[in-house]
Design a protein around this ligand. Structure first.
Ligand SMILES: NC(=O)C1=CN([C@@H]2O[C@H](COP(=O)(O)OP(=O)(O)OC[C@H]3O[C@@H](n4cnc5c(N)ncnc54)[C@H](OP(=O)(O)O)[C@@H]3O)[C@@H](O)[C@H]2O)C=CC1
Ligand SMILES: Nc1nc(O)c(N)c(N[C@@H]2O[C@H](COP(=O)(O)O)[C@@H](O)[C@H]2O)n1
Length: 269
């Protein structure tokens, strides 16, 4: 009996998870959202002072790259962009199996702090990555020079309003949809995860773009980071805590030493 290779099982896992999205859950005016991150057994996503950690094992990391290949765009916050200097590409998928289309990198960066020599912009200039899209605040008037420098370095800059000091997630999603993005993978970091989880909460759900079609895929590594690591926290108010979103289990798989779980936020359906 032939057993699937790890590549196939990671890909098959994702295909089965995403095929569980029914057509009537898809909206044409905003992308489908997949929220994903890796955490330690004690719920940390990075080390002391945000130090980037390799939590995922090779098998689950490959799964993450397959997941990237199945989305039109990959979004991170500026905290992650500055701290990790990520590439957000699909380089771990063996050539020959790797889809030719690349995901679009998207950064939430209200004050245009992204470095012009970051890997995302370098990859674009070298022809190995798509042009990064940066969302900034429509109030970031003081950032005119940084905007020009980023555009000269290859970025496309979009403006949206801020809500409570952070960029408006509905406006970001609406603009992405306008630009042809149908599926969005949100990779973190802590503040962005908090923002998207909070936004998916029921009180915001009336006409809420996220609540209808959000899948969360978490990798849990059998590693302890310790109390000085960085965790994510949702930050629900006391009232919201009495009425948390319901998570509907889709599928859990062991990949290498890690456990990968997929759930859907189902309170709206
Ligand atoms: N284990 C894992 O899977 C992952 C771990 N990480 C880790 O996470 C850490 C970074 O997390 P963190 O510092 O919280 O930074 P984030 O990457 O979450 O970026 C947060 C910043 O993004 C900007 N932003 C703009 N709009 C929004 C919005 N609506 N919601 C949230 N953020 C918004 C804000 O900065 P501004 O006001 O300037 O716009 C905000 O401070 C790093 O240590 C990294 O290694 C990151 C990704 C995955
Ligand atoms: N899946 C996963 N496992 C980990 O252990 C991680 N640290 C991360 N981090 C995310 O991946 C980004 C780095 O991407 P590149 O390798 O540079 O393409 C990092 O910024 C986090 O978003 N993910």
């Amino acid at each position: 009996m032939a057993f699937p290779t790890p590549n196939c099982s990671a890909r098959d896992f994702l295909l089965s998870v995403f095929s569980s999205r029914s057509d009537n859950e898809r909206r044409s005016d905003i992308p489908s959202v997949t929220l994903t991150f890796a955490q330690s057994l004690d719920g940390k996503i990075s080390g002391k002072d945000g130090k980037q950690l390799l939590l995922s094992c090779p098998e689950s990391m490959l799964m993450t790259h397959w997941m990237r290949s199945m989305h039109d765009a990959i979004l991170v916050g500026i905290g992650t962009a500055l701290n990790d200097n990520p590439q957000l590409n699909t380089r771990l998928i063996p050539e020959g199996l790797r889809p030719t289309s690349l995901p679009r990198p998207v950064v939430l960066d209200a004050h245009l702090r992204l470095h012009v020599d970051c890997k995302l912009l370098n990859n674009f200039r070298q022809g190995t990555g798509l042009q990064p899209w940066i969302f900034c605040s429509s109030d970031s008037l003081g950032a005119r020079e940084r905007r020009s420098a980023l555009i000269a370095a290859g970025a496309v800059v979009f403006e949206v309003s801020c809500e409570n000091g952070l960029l408006s997630i509905p406006q970001v999603l609406a603009e992405l949809s306008k630009q042809g993005i149908k599926s969005l993978m949100v990779e973190g970091g802590a503040t962005v995860i908090n923002g998207f989880l909070k936004y998916a909460h029921k009180p915001y759900c009336q006409g809420d773009p996220l609540g209808l079609d959000t899948i969360i895929i978490t990798t849990t590594a059998p590693i302890l980071v310790g109390d000085d690591g960085t965790g994510y926290k949702v930050g629900f108010s006391e009232e919201q805590r009495n009425d948390l979103p319901h998570l509907q289990h889709i599928r859990t798989e062991v990949m290498g030493k890690d456990s990968v779980a997929a759930v859907r936020i189902s309170h709206c359906v």
